[in-house]
Design a protein around this ligand. Structure first.
Ligand code: TYD
Length: 218
């Protein structure tokens, strides 16, 4: 038995969290099999502990390759403890970020190389690849404005604190990933209103669920 593995990706401020929580509700209503919603970095006890180290703004000394390794380590543990068991039970897994994030943020954002980061993640994931990825596309600066990049009162994680040039590289890398994986990654225009984004994402997701007979259409 193999379940369905769906991921949601996008630059900071694309509206992923809002979309994921709305998709959760819709999935719960229609699915004929159990499903879990999870996120990266994190998604299991050990992986959440690694998350704290990665995003802590105090960790200014962290080397870019250390960061990539920690994301991959956190991902490995998340797969072993959470994702793969659920897929083995035939469930639907909805995951907020996965390998594409590492390729975009560490490979391109940190400029340590998209190929290198892809190879590192092949080791960590043993090539576990999402069946479907919803990519929420928004201009990097627009995304940063939404999350109040320049607003000093808002608590930001270490990655969000990076300059706009970093976030531009992240977005450009996502667009290249989209181009190379057109059969897996579906582009959603994240400049639209939250409801329009939900509608567009749901249309894509629902098609996939119908195709796999995972939805109650009565
Ligand atoms: P996340 O919790 O998804 O934050 P947000 O909801 O604000 O997008 O991710 C935290 C940060 O970690 C975010 O800036 C993206 C970054 N990240 C990477 O750099 N590499 C990765 O592999 C992952 C999963 C996330």
């Amino acid at each position: 038995m193999t379940g369905l593995f769906i991921t949601v990706e996008g630059p900071d401020g694309a509206g992923k969290s809002t979309l994921v929580s709305k998709l959760n509700k819709k999935l719960q209503d229609v699915l004929t099999v159990p499903f879990i919603a999870t996120r990266e970095p994190g998604g299991s006890d050990i992986a959440e502990k690694i998350r704290e180290v990665i995003i802590d703004p105090e960790n200014k000394e962290m080397d870019a390759k250390t960061e990539a390794l920690l994301f991959a380590a956190s991902r490995r543990q998340h797969i072993i403890e959470t994702i793969q068991p659920a897929l083995n039970r035939g469930e639907v897994v909805l995951c907020d970020r996965f390998v594409d994030s590492s390729i975009a943020y560490q490979g391109a954002g940190r400029e340590i190389g998209v190929e290198e980061v892809a190879t590192l993640n092949q080791f960590a994931t043993e090539n576990l690849t999402p069946d479907l990825t919803l990519y929420l596309d928004v201009d990097a600066q627009v995304g940063l404005n939404r999350i109040g990049h320049k607003n000093s009162n808002r608590k930001k994680d270490r990655l969000e604190l990076e300059e706009v040039s970093f976030h531009n590289r992240v977005r450009d890398a996502y667009l290249i990933l989209l181009d190379k994986n057109a059969d897996r990654i579906q582009l959603i225009d994240a400049t639209k209103s939250p409801n329009e984004v939900l509608e567009a994402a749901w249309t894509v997701l629902e098609n996939e669920l119908i195709k796999r007979n995972l939805i109650d259409t009565r």
